[in-house]
Ligand binder design. Structure first.
Ligand code: GAP
Length: 499
């Protein structure tokens, strides 16, 4: 992760928020290249799921909504994570991210060890168990270290489990619920009646506007409403760079279906459609997997939920959740608002509250997945034909921040410079392209490789004779000559996917 984080900072993709003031944990700024990549991801999603389908319409609801929305949805009462404080270090942890084990020798407990959830936590716990044995001067064979979640600790064990921050016992509190919603006040009053919340998901805006959309557009069940927008969660332990942050963006669809529809079939179709989309933006299929939530772990209103997971640098983790939520949300809002939200089905000739399938995806998490998949270190020949190490981001041309870079081979030949400039001006009318005239041509290629620009266009002496340019492919470094017209056809095909 640190390699990707370093590259993101160095090349202007992502900075820590408010960095000159020491940063603010869980908040990030997207720099010049980051904002382009992020916009391209959102645009690709919107094009494919909204413009590309007849059964999905868009919405952009407000971030701050009536507080009753969050009472009805259950977020005020229940959108919380279990939190644990370390009284000594003053650090806070999510209880479900702390793991502990009794350290036993020949059936006798000599103490406890604790670790934070991580791919390597078993090995770390075993190492700590050996250290404890050595410190205590205990003899005999250690029993296997069996990690348990802190949520399973018995009250008598809280004082015996060492803090993952200090290693000392007696400093961890029992877990308690911490609501993740950020609060604010609307209007001049600062009392309980003015409390409002920054939305923790975009989905509720869709449910609350369901009736408006049915009444004002020609949608018919089954249909979906899609929304892209900011969401805020006061995560107890934001971590793993932009994977879990406090301010992030979501791309969510609520797909409304009849209560009698074959939801299992539709759920499967949505999982497949979402996986296909990930592949279309450059995530290798082999890096994606599915995590089917067991029945006993489902929310009480959910019939099923499958996460699409991805091999992030910190392990196989949730990228997108695809839940079957029944009619829970519409029922809650209908009851709380006293407004009839039923849909009249002309085919069935009756009214009902539709059920929903909810593909819910984080933009920032998609960004991290795209970065992870694109990051490659390889060797290519330099200007002298000798192998040279390079870092290259192999973004799909569709979402690459810069689509092409135009290079005049030499700077001091005005005809070459002007010709390159004119090609650049022509291309930039359609795509985000870059002009670079400084430095050796090999160095200019490398700079673009590291930020994932898929095509390099070089204008040289031959261009002045026959109008052709060289087109260099970022991944293979192969170069081919073509006319400017052919170049534009080629780029259209590769970037927009159609001619
Ligand atoms: N409406 C359903 C919902 O919000 P979720 O599983 O809590 O479900 C959906 O969130 C997606 O939003 C996740 O799969 C993830 O991609 C993204 N997400 C959730 N919390 C996040 C966070 N703190 N930082 C970044 N992305 C997050």
């Amino acid at each position: 992760m640190s390699i990707i984080e370093g590259l993101c900072k160095r090349r202007g993709f992502i900075y820590r928020s408010s960095e000159i003031y020491g940063g603010l944990n869980g908040f990030f700024d997207y720099g010049p290249l980051g904002v382009e990549l992020k916009n391209n991801i959102k645009q690709a999603w919107w094009n494919d799921f909204v413009h590309g389908r007849d059964d999905i319409v868009g919405l952009d609801a407000s971030i701050i909504m009536h507080p009753n929305v969050w009472r009805a949805s259950g977020h005020v009462a229940g959108f919380s994570d279990p939190m644990v404080d370390c009284k000594e270090s003053k650090l806070r942890f999510r209880a479900d991210q702390i793991y502990f084990a009794e350290v036993k020798i020949d059936g006798h407990t000599i103490g406890y060890v604790s670790v934070l959830e991580d791919e390597g936590m078993q090995a770390e716990a075993e190492k700590k168990a050996h250290e404890l044995k050595r410190k205590k001067g205990a003899q005999g064979e250690l029993e296997p270290v069996a990690l348990k979640n802190y949520m399973e600790a018995k009250p008598g064990e809280y004082d015996l489990i060492p803090s993952p921050a200090t290693g000392n016992t007696g400093t961890l509190t029992p877990p308690r619920d911490f609501n993740l919603m950020f609060q604010t006040y609307v209007g001049a009053m600062r009392d309980e009646t003015a409390v409002a919340y920054l939305r923790p998901e975009t989905a509720q805006g869709i449910f609350v506007d369901f009736k408006n959309i049915c009444d004002t557009s020609r949608v018919k069940v089954p249909f979906g409403i899609a929304q892209i927008g900011k969401a805020f969660r006061n995560e107890i332990t934001p971590r793993n760079f932009i994977f879990r942050s406090r301010e992030f963006e979501q791309m969510e669809i609520e797909y409304f279906i009849s209560p009698e529809a074959d939801w299992k079939k539709l759920h499967r179709e949505w999982i497949d459609a979402c996986k296909k989309w990930f592949v279309s933006i450059g995530l290798p299929e082999c890096e994606l997997a599915e995590d089917v939530h067991p029945k006993e772990k489902l929310a009480h209103y959910a019939k099923a939920c499958t996460d699409i997971t991805f091999h992030f640098p910190h392990g196989l983790q949730e990228l997108q959740g695809i839940a079957v939520r029944g009619d829970f949300d519409l029922t809650q809002h209908q009851n709380a608002s006293n407004k009839n939200l039923e849909y009249f089905d002309e085919n069935l000739k009756r009214k009902y509250l539709p059920h929903v399938i909810e593909p819910s995806l984080g933009v920032d998490r998609t960004f991290l997945a795209v970065m992870t998949a694109a990051y490659t270190e390889d060797e290519v020949p330099n200007d002298k034909g000798q192998p040279e190490k390079r870092v290259v981001l192999k973004f799909s041309p569709r979402i690459a921040p810069l689509k092409a870079a135009v290079f005049p081979l030499v700077k001091n030949k005005p005809e070459i410079f002007e010709k390159a400039k004119s090609i650049y001006e022509r291309l930039r009318r359609r795509w985000n392209v870059f002009f670079d005239a400084s430095g050796a041509i090999g160095r200019r290629y490398r700079r673009q490789d590291e930020i994932g620009t898929p095509f390099g266009i070089t204008v040289d002496f031959q261009t002045l004779e026959d109008g052709t340019v060289t087109l260099r492919d970022r991944d293979t470094t192969q170069q081919v000559r073509m006319s400017v017209e052919e170049l534009i056809w080629h780029l259209t095909d590769k970037i927009d996917g159609k001619i």
